[in-house]
Design a protein. Sequence first.
Length: 68
Amino acid sequence: MGTLAKKIGANIRAKRKELGISQDGLALECSVDRSYMGRIERGEVNITVEKLYQVAEKLGCAPASLLP
């Protein structure tokens, strides 16, 4: 995947860790498999805008804050 997906994934991981949320917990809250959440965080998949908004909501932040 491109560098954009990797940067977004890294930002999601950093915010999740900052809040002390496990990858399993975030995946459960977002109704996705933990392995898929891992792939998002590693930048192996392109996250949809809809999923980005959902993740941001669960992390308590603005979607724009997860963008590079």
